[in-house]
Ligand binder design. Structure first.
Ligand code: ZN
Length: 202
């Protein structure tokens, strides 16, 4: 499966001049929600992700996603694995389970995101699950930005990766883009365009 092509076809892999949340500039941006716009395509992606997880011998009772970003990927992965789907939501400094969702002691849980950058939200979700007695058996994501090491991937974990090294990360592909500090950005130097801020705001 050509993951990059699926992202391109869905206009989820954007090319241009972007201001990232980190403050750096890049010529590429992953607009992850776009690749999940069509549920049938989403299920093809999560079926492939579920196969990677099963092939590695990981068994889970539940998939938990950090809202909002991970919701659709998490729900579809739960469908692919035929397990329960829950999600955690932001609270001051972390994430928490609401809406009557529960976690039982030693319940095996996969934390699922649409995209793992440094893994900060996924780690907060894992901490919320572990505080309730659940066991995080894996992290899963459609796309990995290349800061964390995924099972089968070539990239090594960078210092920025927030995920624990002893829990596997499964992702369909690595999307490692060159990033530049604004003063070193080639497109800024060229001066034809101004970096735009994509993401959830636009
Ligand atoms: Zn720039």
């Amino acid at each position: 499966m050509h993951i990059r092509q699926i992202y391109k076809d869905a206009n989820a892999l954007l090319e241009g001049h972007f201001l990232l949340a980190s403050g750096n500039h890049s010529s590429y941006y992953l607009q992850s929600a776009k690749v999940l716009e069509y549920p049938k395509k989403a299920s093809i992606l999560t079926d492939a992700l579920a196969k990677m997880i099963r092939d590695a011998g990981i068994e889970a009772d539940t998939v938990c996603a950090p809202a909002i970003g991970g919701l659709l990927a998490g729900y579809e992965l739960a469908r692919s694995l035929d397990v329960r789907s829950i999600f955690v939501e932001k609270k001051e400094g972390g994430m928490e389970l609401r809406r009557g969702f529960t976690v039982s002691k030693n319940e095996k849980i996969i934390i699922c995101e649409d995209i793992i950058t440094t893994g900060g939200s996924a780690l907060k979700a894992a901490k919320a699950i572990e505080a309730l007695g659940g066991e995080v058996v894996a992290f899963a994501s459609l796309a990995n930005r290349g800061f964390c090491k995924r099972v089968g991937g070539n990239d090594t974990a960078k210092a920025e990766c927030a995920l624990p090294q002893n829990v596997p990360l499964f992702a369909l592909d690595d999307f490692s883009f060159k990033m530049y500090a604004p003063e070193e950005c080639p497109q800024c130097k060229e001066g034809k365009t101004k970096a735009i801020k994509p993401g959830s705001q636009s």
